[in-house]
Ligand binder design. Sequence first.
Ligand SMILES: CCCCCCC/C=C/C(=O)SCCNC(=O)CCNC(=O)[C@H](O)C(C)(C)COP(=O)(O)OP(=O)(O)OC[C@H]1O[C@@H](n2cnc3c(N)ncnc32)[C@H](O)[C@@H]1OP(=O)(O)O
Ligand SMILES: NC(=O)C1=CN([C@@H]2O[C@H](COP(=O)(O)OP(=O)(O)OC[C@H]3O[C@@H](n4cnc5c(N)ncnc54)[C@H](OP(=O)(O)O)[C@@H]3O)[C@@H](O)[C@H]2O)C=CC1
Length: 299
Amino acid sequence: MDSTTPLPGLSAPPPPGAHALSPGSYDGRLVLVTGGGTGLGRAVAAEFARLGASLLLVSRREEHLAPARAELAKVPGAGPVTSQLCDIRDADRIAEVFDAAVAAHGRLPDVLVNNAAANFPVPSEDMTPNGWRAVVDITLTGTFLMTREFGRRHLAEGTPGSVIAVGASYAWTGGPGFAHSAAAKAGVKSLVESLAVEWGPYGIQVNGLVPGLMPHEDMTADIRTGLDRAPDPDARQPALRVGAPRELGWAATFLASPYARFISGHTLVVDGANWQRRDLVNAPVTPVREQLDRGPFAP
Ligand SMILES: CCCCCCC/C=C/C(=O)SCCNC(=O)CCNC(=O)[C@H](O)C(C)(C)COP(=O)(O)OP(=O)(O)OC[C@H]1O[C@@H](n2cnc3c(N)ncnc32)[C@H](O)[C@@H]1OP(=O)(O)O
Ligand SMILES: NC(=O)C1=CN([C@@H]2O[C@H](COP(=O)(O)OP(=O)(O)OC[C@H]3O[C@@H](n4cnc5c(N)ncnc54)[C@H](OP(=O)(O)O)[C@@H]3O)[C@@H](O)[C@H]2O)C=CC1
């Protein structure tokens, strides 16, 4: 192939509304998605709904939850869609959310998707203690508290369940400019590995799921601005395209399905191999302060 031949890249995903699993695969199942009102969480929830699941969306802001509830209830084949306001840093409120799940849906969530997370780009030398705590508390501790409640309820009832924790590939590599989030996501990956073993004997499967770059309209301004600094995001991916949020949803519905019951403690990366990218000759290093358009450090 000469340098003028167009590269094909990885093929475009099937259209919105398509699904790999049979219709009705999740009929009668309840799926709890944290952060299910926006972005990737909403896209994941939609794929479960398309397969017949009932949904419980959990996050802090009704302005995120109400429109998502309305949209997801219209997905053909979806079960009932409810939501609960909850800050996942609050263990008491999480217990109430599980009580509300049983009251509204008549069952515990069969699947927990820990999708909610917090993140903003910041050079580490500028990060305040409270900024670090906010991101680690939401992303790691919030994921643990939700998962702990899910596990306790299922262990008490003797019922099986499936947990999916949404991660990020900088759990393996580190994330310059995102040290708090990368550390938290590394903790999430480790948590998945610990709990998969602890709870395997009780029929509770625990996996991680890592999206690659999947732009969506709810991305925070900080992250969107960072992305907008570099033109043509497709050309910067080995797949020659960014991911579509529904591709994460398809992976999630597979991981929590009967066809994946023997997969546990694994973290699946859906990013077209972007995180493994290495060039023969690296691009010159740009310090994080420069990438973020920050002036010199001033204590
Ligand atoms: C360019 C490529 C990027 C690829 C990255 C892809 C990988 C991962 C992606 C994601 O995780 S995307 C998910 C992002 N979504 C969210 O973060 C949504 C929720 N976020 C929030 O609610 C807030 O942003 C929050 C700050 C994270 C949490 O809100 P909370 O109400 O608990 O905190 P605050 O009281 O507002 O702030 C706490 C603390 O944090 C400091 N802070 C907040 N924003 C920034 C910022 N943009 N830069 C620096 N510091 C920030 C804030 O000042 C507070 O600290 P103190 O001032 O009290 O010291
Ligand atoms: N987009 C991407 O390309 C990538 C995303 N990811 C991961 O994917 C997941 C989803 O990201 P994305 O959809 O882009 O981000 P969003 O900002 O759209 O979603 C974050 C969600 O988390 C909820 N949330 C935040 N804090 C709390 C809290 N304390 N309690 C309850 N809910 C909370 C928010 O809702 P509310 O404000 O209503 O509380 C929001 O719905 C995250 O885990 C993220 O780290 C990883 C790599 C790349």
